[in-house]
Design a protein around this ligand. Structure first.
Ligand code: 5GP
Length: 244
């Protein structure tokens, strides 16, 4: 297979394939936080994020939420539909924490029902500022109809993943997704859904299973991601991908 690099991000590389409608996404071990101010490389992180993203994309597809996922090639490489990405970080919150409580007078751990959906501009130069609909439309990032569709997809995705993760002992606190247009101009979920892009709390202890461990300079990032893999993959899937 032709492996020409199309794009390299903070933790993933995207390669061309011989089919222009498909790309290969390679999840690296790199991890960054604090607007790129904190970086590291953690063994197995790429592998665990690939397996977690693939599993969550499969769950979403089975419930009618379209994603870019096609198949796993290896435990670090995902065959994906090629998308024209919309430069938004679509953030959805079920529980108040993180930047929300720094910026607004919510109580830490306050339940948010209905969930809050927020759009940030995926733009490093401007440090990912929060947008509103008028700014998004004026900047030609997306149309009013696109935004309505993105909100609908996000609400559905949230309810599917809240239920799935709860069954496996995990609370989906909040997450960031990215969306784009497929070749038929449908808006579909792209990028990844992993502990790098979500907050996942242990139902029993309330402990983080996500990148907040890295953001807070604590140890045990990879072992937390490993716990998520063990919690959500079936024993057969774990065997297939040699998860110890
Ligand atoms: P917060 O705004 O509280 O920092 O983040 C809300 C949620 O969105 C968290 O699950 C966080 O991981 C995710 N998120 C927000 N911005 C980014 C980003 O730029 N990169 C990644 N990987 N996740 C983000």
């Amino acid at each position: 297979m032709n492996k020409e690099l199309l794009y390299t991000g903070k933790a993933k590389d995207v390669y061309k394939t011989d089919n222009e409608d498909e790309v290969i996404v390679h999840f690296r071990n790199d991890i960054t936080a604090l607007d790129g101010g904190k970086t590291d490389s953690l063994e197995n992180k790429g592998r665990y994020n690939t397996l977690i993203s693939a599993k969550l994309f499969e769950v979403l597809e089975s419930k009618g939420v379209k994603t870019q996922y096609i198949d796993l090639i290896t435990s670090e490489e995902m065959l994906s539909k090629s998308l024209k990405m919309i430069p938004l970080e679509v953030i959805c919150r079920n529980i108040a924490t993180g930047s929300l409580i720094k910026k607004y007078p919510f109580q830490e751990k306050q339940e948010l029902n209905p969930p809050i959906i927020q759009f940030d501009y995926k733009n490093d130069e401007f440090h990912d500022p929060m947008l509103n609909d008028d700014i998004i439309i004026a900047l030609n990032i997306a149309t009013k109809d696109d935004l309505e569709r993105i909100r609908e997809i996000t609400r559905k995705l949230n309810s599917v993943l809240v239920d799935f993760l709860k069954e496996h002992g995990i609370i989906l606190v909040d997450f960031k997704i990215e969306v784009g247009f497929d070749k038929d101009n449908n808006i579909v979920v792209g990028d990844e859904i992993s502990p790098d892009t979500t907050r996942l709390w242990d139902i029993e202890t309330g402990k983080n299973f996500d990148k907040d461990i890295f953001r807070k300079n604590e140890s045990g990032v990879v072992s937390a991601y490993h716990k998520v893999v063990k919690a959500i993959l079936t024993p057969e899937e774990q065997k297939k991908w040699n998860v110890e």
